[in-house]
Design a protein around this ligand. Sequence first.
Ligand SMILES: NC(=O)c1ccc[n+]([C@@H]2O[C@H](COP(=O)([O-])OP(=O)(O)OC[C@H]3O[C@@H](n4cnc5c(N)ncnc54)[C@H](OP(=O)(O)O)[C@@H]3O)[C@@H](O)[C@H]2O)c1
Length: 336
Amino acid sequence: MSDKNKGLIHGRILVTGGTGSWGHELCTQLLEITEVTEIIVLSRNEHKQVEMEREFNSKRMRFVIGDVRDKDSLLDSMSGINVVFHLAALKHVPVCERNSWQTVETNIIGTHNVVMCAMEAKVEIVVDVSTDKAVEPHNIYGITKACGEKLVTNAQHNYDTSTKFVCVRGGNVMGTNGSVLPLFKKQIQTLNRLTVTDPGMTRFLMSTREAIHLIFEAVSIAQGGETFVMRMQSIEVARIAEAMIAKYGDEKTRIEVIGARPGEKKHEVLISRSEIPHTYELSDRYFVIIPEIGRERYAPIIKQGKLTELQEFSSQNAPTLSNEAFLSQLGAEAWA
Ligand SMILES: NC(=O)c1ccc[n+]([C@@H]2O[C@H](COP(=O)([O-])OP(=O)(O)OC[C@H]3O[C@@H](n4cnc5c(N)ncnc54)[C@H](OP(=O)(O)O)[C@@H]3O)[C@@H](O)[C@H]2O)c1
């Protein structure tokens, strides 16, 4: 990261949901920034916190039991915070489908609480991590993440606030909790077969390290109110299965097709057709969707970037992740 970018992520950082997959990598990269004086990880499960505290063993980290649904405890944790990374969410599609209201409470009410507390505590910038599943959503996880995005980006214009609010939207990140890749590895090693929902399905895919790096880059140019979209490559599920068999299996490994699960789409979308008229290409690493109101605030982005000529950005039309690139990214994952 350049020195300019480092300066923007400084001081005391609050990471909601910091014990999860993204949280681990985010905290690792935050600790590489000397201007970061303290990282406060807020989540509910004490066991995950104890494990992470032992693993990181850093005097610059503090672990706080809290729930984003509880505004009072959230406000306490925001006191004196410079930057908030909001990661806490319920995110497993089938679990969210079965627990719809719980998903609303965490992903919508929780995000609203983060917005309101950040303004009250005069936090400098809030970064909300969102997902391709929030675009043209088919399931309650995506619907609640879409509401979360709107709560965050609208806050910039709905309130007279010094806090900057930014969303960063990405697709699947390799090996995160619930990802299909560790499951494929386990299925091959224990059963010598793997279950594929739909071989023709396509998914965006990126390494966790790269995804976090992109979040930092986005923060460095955010004016507040934008949604930054990672320019991810995509891959067919059948090719993921083949590459995983090449790495872990043998000629006897079987693929069993089990059909899509409720709420799953064949192809994911990172930028919808309706967002395209407000989407700028500013870097070969991300797109920026600017709000439809208050355009003068985004003059630097409009001036430096160019309106995208894409019709939409979906896992069907995105650049393809080659087998070699996939296997090389996989090789860099600690679990692989
Ligand atoms: N994984 C991906 O591929 C992907 C892609 C795009 C976007 N995202 C987004 O990135 C974020 C992080 O995802 P992840 O993969 O790291 O998820 P994860 O591994 O499941 O971690 C979720 C984190 O949120 C915490 N949490 C859940 N409910 C909470 C609550 N009510 N209050 C406080 N903390 C709570 C969990 O800890 P406790 O359970 O102990 O509270 C955990 O630390 C999510 O917002 C997700 O939507 C993920």
